[in-house]
Design a protein around this ligand. Structure first.
Ligand code: HEM
Length: 360
């Protein structure tokens, strides 16, 4: 597992041994299971483009036509296999490392894209969610909560160009799965079958959480999607990754010392560190008293201020395996909100293989 990414991550965590993550990774890989897959048939997708998609049996049948002569005669129907999706996964993974971007990796912003695509879901009306990829269009792309996600959408464009058969909706979620796994998080079972929608599928502004608010707001937003308190806390652990940007949300800084490796450090820091309001001209946020280099949003701090939330935060701070298990379950649910998968296809989720695990 000595890859470039892990080596880099280890260097980054070296400043703070108490929360350093790399040594724990080897242990975490034990017990993971992979499915071997057969080589996919050679495809000449460079000259093909996507003309339509239709779900069948939980997976999809995709229709291709020759781009220069679209006609019924040139139409070919293929059924992408797990191996085809693994190729897309591998392509995303191979592009993640970028020295001049943030902490050297696009993983965090890809995960945020997948979450914001999914987190618009409204259980009562069945609207929103990851089916549609409607954030490609204004007004959704201009919603304040989505500021900066153009970086993730643009990042995935060359992947879409290389694999035109995949829908944007499936690609964005695959990007999230890939980000979590490549940043050494748990395996997130993946199920394709989303179709893209046009601008009429855009959701109204205000469905995603506002970081300046408190526990009532958090509950309103996440209960609307169908989550409970435990799942709210488990999902929030994603803030072990990435950072806030002044020119996106207005907030600034990372939550942990290892923003490109998924660990339970977010909870440990919430519980073990002392936090104070940051004195600055920006929006109200917390900083850690010790180094003053880490941050917490008001909605993060709620997880130790609210009694119900706090019990879960303490549990995950002590038990990384419990965090990984609950995070995996909650993220799998999040990524499938509002997707009309065929009945029975829950058993057809795939585990795609992380590229850094050379032992598999
Ligand atoms: C609980 C409510 C949540 C609030 C209020 C919230 C708010 C925010 C804010 C303000 C940012 C900074 C954006 C920027 O300036 O670039 C951010 C970043 C991020 N969020 Fe959340 N978030 C929440 C939940 C989640 C969930 C459920 C996930 C994933 C499962 C997630 C994943 C991320 C990631 C990975 C980043 C870092 C992005 C980057 O580095 O570019 N967040 N979030």
């Amino acid at each position: 597992m000595a890859t470039r990414h892990v080596a880099r991550a280890a260097t980054r965590t070296a400043t703070r041994p108490a929360f350093a993550a790399a040594p724990r990774q080897a242990f975490r890989q034990q017990g993971r299971r992979w499915y071997s897959s057969e080589p996919a048939p050679k495809s000449s997708s460079a000259w093909l483009y996507l003309a339509g998609a239709a779900a069948a049996g939980g997976l999809g049948y995709w229709y291709y036509t020759a781009s220069d002569a679209p006609s019924a005669a040139s139409t070919k129907v293929i059924n992408p296999t797990k191996e085809d999706y693994q190729k897309v996964y591998n392509d995303i993974a191979s592009r993640l490392d970028k020295d001049d971007y943030d902490d050297g990796n696009f993983g965090p912003v890809l995960l945020r894209l997948a979450w914001h695509a999914s987190g618009t879901f409204d259980l009562a009306t069945g609207t929103g969610g990851s089916n549609g990829a409607t954030m490609r269009f204004a007004p959704e792309s201009d919603h304040g909560a989505n500021a900066g996600l153009i970086a993730a959408r643009d990042f995935l464009e060359p992947v879409k160009a290389k694999f035109p058969w995949i829908t944007y909706s499936d690609l964005w979620i695959l990007g999230g799965v890939c980000a979590i796994q490549e940043m050494q998080g748990p395996i997130i079972p993946y199920r394709p079958g989303r179709s893209d929608r046009d601008v009429t599928g855009c959701t109204p502004d205000g469905r995603l959480p506002d970081a300046a608010q408190g526990s009532d707001h958090l509950r309103n937003i996440f209960y609307r999607m169908g989550f409970n308190d435990q799942e709210i806390v488990a999902l929030s652990g994603a803030h072990a990754l990435g950072r806030c940007h002044k020119d996106r949300s207005g907030f600034e800084g990372p939550w942990t010392f290892s923003p490109t490796i998924l660990t339970n450090d977010y909870y440990r820091l919430l519980v073990e560190e002392k936090w104070q309001w940051k004195k600055w001209k920006g929006p109200k946020q917390y900083e850690d008293k010790t180094s003053k280099t880490l941050m917490m949003l008001p909605t993060d701090m709620v997880l130790v201020q609210d009694k119900e939330f706090k019990s879960w935060t303490e549990k995950y701070a002590k038990d990384n395996e419990a965090f990984f298990n609950d995070f995996c379950a909650a993220v799998t649910k999040l990524f499938e909100l509002g997707v009309p998968f065929a009945q029975g296809s829950e058993t057809q989720r795939w585990t795609l293989k992380p590229t850094w695990d050379e032992s598999k």
